[in-house]
Each structure stands twice: as structure tokens, then as C-alpha cells.
Design a protein. Sequence first.
Length: 380
Amino acid sequence: MSANLKTETVLTQAGHYIGRETGSIVPPIQPSTTFARNEKGELYSSDHMYARDQSVNSEMAESVLCELEGGASCKLFASGMAAATALVQTLRPGDRLVVPSIMYWSLRAWMISFCEDWGISLAFYDPTDEEDLEKIVNEAPTKMLWVESPANPTWEIVDIEKAAKIAHSAGAQLVTDSTVSTPLLTKPLELGADFVFHSATKYINGHSDVVAGALITAKEDTRWEKVCSIRAQQGGILGPFESWLLLRGMRTMHLRVERACENAIAIAQHFENFSGVLQVLYPGLTSHPNHETAVRQMRGGFGGMLSIRFNGGKEKTAHIMGRLKHFVRATSLGGVESLVEHRALIEGDGTLVPDDLLRFSIGIENVADLIQDIEKAIQA
Ligand code: PLP
């Protein structure tokens, strides 16, 4: 792709494809599982032999994501979990992994059981306490530090530049889960992170019709070689159709994310001091404890995710959720349509999420409609 293009152009043109045979401007879906050799037994393309690890459609989407994040290489996976777990699986018995106590709960639960099974030491830092990360990393030799920013579902912001310095001076590598920040609002590799992870199921796809994960590396080091080998051997690649849909979704990511950010801050500000609301959690509000870090670290908006805590506890909160007409009650986030979820009920026993909290994924609808929907549900 040509150098120095602005993000909007990179995304909209998504590789500037023009088919050599017909001049088609949309790339075809390439479903072939295997690739032929010529009379001498040589492959037509040295990059394509077998589709468990090589997909023309994935490569197109990977090159756009790699450029957006400013990385050395990008790999797509069959889900966000497949991508994140591939990176953690590069750790060896005896290594130490440091992760936030507040993060995507399924990944946290998997890390606990994986680390226990494989003799990897797992330590948690409190992302609400700015000093805790450094303290925990330095308590013992650490190989990998995990940051999720904003952190699901209370949207703490971790200072990535500071975390990278702490990780590197401890001899560790920094991974950032940038799913909620999208590849547009924060650039973790520029801030010193070694790897960026996205559940591409969310904003990158943006239409709630593809499950996918992406890893981007700052450099192609030995850990990256292991990641590539895990994907190649375990076959967690994204299928051609899903890769094609992902690329199509990415063409409008900048517009979707911009609108979601505008809608989210308008909703956050509207309900911050609203009767019946205990607290609005959104990094764009000056009342948010990490607002200053968010301003420094996020460009062009504070994301489309926010949570609202309501007066009246669990029952009242569940009742408000039940009365919403336009927010779809569903898990996930980052699609064009607005979703709502009572996270504590979904996460169940052992959840750290307050039971008076609703998590909202703000979509790109008319913001007045969304505000009116929440107002009516609170007032009913
Ligand atoms: N990270 C975050 C922040 C998420 O919200 C999710 C999914 O909800 C994941 C990771 C896992 O991604 P996937 O569902 O694509 O496997």
C-alpha cells in the first residue's frame, strides 16, 4: 500500500484492489484449500501452499490492520480468544504473566486455568490504582504484562507508555487489548507496546456478523515466530468469507467509530447528573478517574462503550434494562446497532462487576432516539 496515506483513505480503499482480469474493484473470495504446483513441482506462489495457515483474503485484511497499527506483521485468527490465547500459549512453564483484575472476563477465566495447568505464574494488578501495576510487575521476574484499555466493563484507562517502560525495564513484553479503543483511537505500538490484540468481532468488523481476532506485533521476534507457528499448527485461521466480510466492514470503520464516539459522549454527559443515575462510567467525562490519561492517549474520541450505575440496586437495574425498546439486550459490542447488557447477571457467581451496572455499546443510530429510550426506561 502506498506510504503516507491518511487513515480514512487506507480504510476506505482497503488495499486499493483492482482485479487484473476484469478490472473488478471488489476482491473475490478465494476458498481454495490447496494451491497447485507447476511441472517442476514448484508452487506458483511461494506464499501459498495450504489454507490451514494461508489465506489470500486474510492477508488483504491483515495488511490494512498492520498499516493502521504501524506494526511489523499482523495475523488474523478465528476469534479474539483464539488470537489472545495463541499469544499467552507462547509462555513457558515457570514464566510469569501479569494481568489486570478488571478485564474481559472469559479471557481472565481462561488465563487462570491455563496458567495453573502449565505452571505459569499469574499475578493481578488493580487497574484503578495507578501505582499497583509497577508494584506487581516488580515483585518477581515477569515475562508478559497484559493491559486492557479501556477495560471492560468499567472503562479504566491504563497509561500504555508508562506500562511499556515498566514492562521493558523489568525485561517483560507488553500486550495491549485495544478492542474497545479500536485501531483508530489509540496507537499502542507507538506508545511502546510490543503486541496489540483486538477482538475484531467488535469495531473492526462493526456489523455483528463475523467472529475474528487480530494480533499485530511491533517486531518479528521469537515470540512472534511462536505465535505464527501456533496459528499454523493449530489452524485457528479466519476463513476466506469471514476475512472478506471483515475487510468490507473495515472500509467504514472510521465513520462508524467517529459516530459511536459522538453518540457515547452525548449520552454520558446527558445522564451524568440525571435523576435515578448513580454514576456514569465513561473515559470522556472529566469526572472519570483516568480522564487525563485518556485525553493524552486517545485521539478523536473516547470510544463507544459506557456503563451506567443506577440507584435502587440489582432489581431496579434489571427492570430498567427490561424496559429499553431500542437498545438490543445482547452480549458483545462494537456493532452499528446499540446493545445493552446487565454484566453481573451474565458473568454470574464471582463477578467483580457491580449488580447495579448496565453496559451499553453505543451504536450509530440517532442519538436523540437513544437518549429518549434510556430516559423513558428510567422514568417508567
Ligand atoms: N477482549 C475484549 C475486550 C472483548 O470484549 C472480547 C469479547 O467480548 C474478547 C477479547 C474476546 O473476543 P472474541 O469474542 O472475538 O473471541
